[in-house]
Design a protein around this ligand. Structure first.
Ligand code: NAD
Ligand code: UFG
Length: 340
């Protein structure tokens, strides 16, 4: 089966493409390189030993997307393409709503025109309200998002739920990722943020490699064992496998279903830092600063639905993810383009 992967040159998309190609699927990738690099695509081909069609296009370009559906017999679409930086979404909300909502609507329109009925959507734990108990289950309260990025995911979920209800035989899977970290064990592909990283793991990795002076730990007075924020960190290759499990599910079920993709285990900022120090064999400087506005003390997934229904569970540990992330960062200190 051929899977159209939008945003397939990005961090999670590239790892998922490799998993798809490794499991015998054909992939067609569409990406506008707004937050990724052609070098990632070149390395995906090298690593998989397989060629695949790549289209440099914005998903909102209906003509180009129609061309893809005409050229390939697409059985399923995985829609990763989107803007994802929380802070940026507060500064330029219109760009976030335009990109994330319009790309999803345009893609569904093209799928409808070409009779493609299976869609897997990159959603996020950020769709859950902040006042839920932990762990978060798929029926925990959603909404009350604290930034425009979160609202785009919430709104896309609603658009897709309504579409799956209206369109006969459509199958939409909403995958709510927790905190993806790590890299491909080869060290050839990994996370390569365009600017100063917002997220903890790439910030730690860039500090370890000398690109940042020290890590700022956003608050050590949370009601957690060491006072720092606790998150559910999931290895990106486990996440990639979750998408393959979702494809199987999609083919056998109609309707719209949400699944958490997490490990069910919480790790604090300082625990992640220490795990990375062990993997890198060096001390990483840090300073405790003020809490970051909008951060929850603790966030982790209930994993029972994905295990029971998709037959998928995360297998790798935080130590595995730190080792792989260090492997990637130390071999590619400046990311894909490797220029200081
Ligand atoms: P990423 O930025 O590395 O990948 C997204 C890719 O989409 C990039 O290659 C970018 O160039 C491309 N893109 C963006 N807008 C596009 C458009 N209109 N047309 C074509 N290509 C476009 O991000 P990622 O971490 O791989 O995230 C993938 C998806 O998962 C995103 O939708 C993101 O919101 C979601 N997600 C990510 C996380 C995370 O922590 N990384 C957590 C939850 C959900
Ligand atoms: N943190 C620091 N210093 C940093 C960066 C982060 O101490 O430099 C802390 C945060 O305060 C938090 C933890 O590290 O306690 C994780 O922060 P991240 O920014 O890495 O991740 P978040 O849980 O805040 O959010 C991420 C994505 C969201 C997504 C969410 C759930 O950025 O888009 O995971 O999937 F919605």
């Amino acid at each position: 089966m051929t899977v159209l992967v939008t945003g397939g040159a990005g961090y999670i998309g590239s790892h998922t493409c490799l998993e798809l190609l490794g499991q015998g699927y054909d992939a067609v990738v569409a990406d506008n390189f707004s937050n990724s690099s052609p070098e990632a695509v070149r390395r995906m081909k090298e690593l998989s030993g397989r060629d695949f069609a790549f289209y440099e296009t914005d998903v909102r370009d209906a003509e180009k997307i129609d061309e893809i559906f005409r050229n390939h017999d697409i059985g399923c679409v995985i829609h990763f393409a989107g803007l994802k930086a929380v802070g940026e979404s507060v500064r330029i909300p219109l760009a976030y709503y335009a990109n994330n909502l319009e790309s999803t609507i345009a893609l569904c329109g093209a799928m409808k025109r070409h009779g493609v009925k299976n869609l897997i959507f990159s959603s996020s734990a950020t769709v859950y309200s902040g006042d839920n108990g932990m762990p978060l289950t798929e029926s925990s309260q959603t909404g009350n998002c604290i930034n425009p990025y979160g609202w785009t995911k919430y709104m896309c979920e609603q658009i897709l739920r309504d579409t799956a209800f209206a369109e006969e035989d459509w199958s939409v899977v909403l995958l709510r990722y927790f905190n993806p970290i790590g890299a491909h064990p080869s060290g050839l592909i990994g996370e390569d943020p365009a600017d100063i990283p917002n997220n903890l793991m790439p910030y730690i990795a860039q500090t370890a490699v000398g690109r940042r002076d020290y890590l700022r730990v956003f608050g050590d007075d949370y009601p957690t064992p060491d006072g720092t924020g606790v998150r559910d960190y999931i290895h990106v290759t486990d996440l990639a496998k979750g998408h393959v499990a979702a494809i199987q599910y999609c083919r056998e079920h109609a309707g719209c279903e949400a699944f958490n993709l997490g490990t069910g285990k919480g790790t604090s900022v300082l625990e992640l830092l220490k795990a990375f120090e062990r993997a890198a064999g060096k001390t990483i400087p840090f300073k405790v600063t003020e809490r970051r506005p909008g951060d929850l003390p603790v966030c982790y997934a209930s994993t029972g639905k994905a295990a029971g229904v998709l037959g998928w569970r995360a297998e790798k540990t935080v130590a595995d993810a730190c080792a792989d992330s260090w492997h990637w960062q130390s071999q590619n200190p400046n990311g894909f383009n490797n220029q200081p």
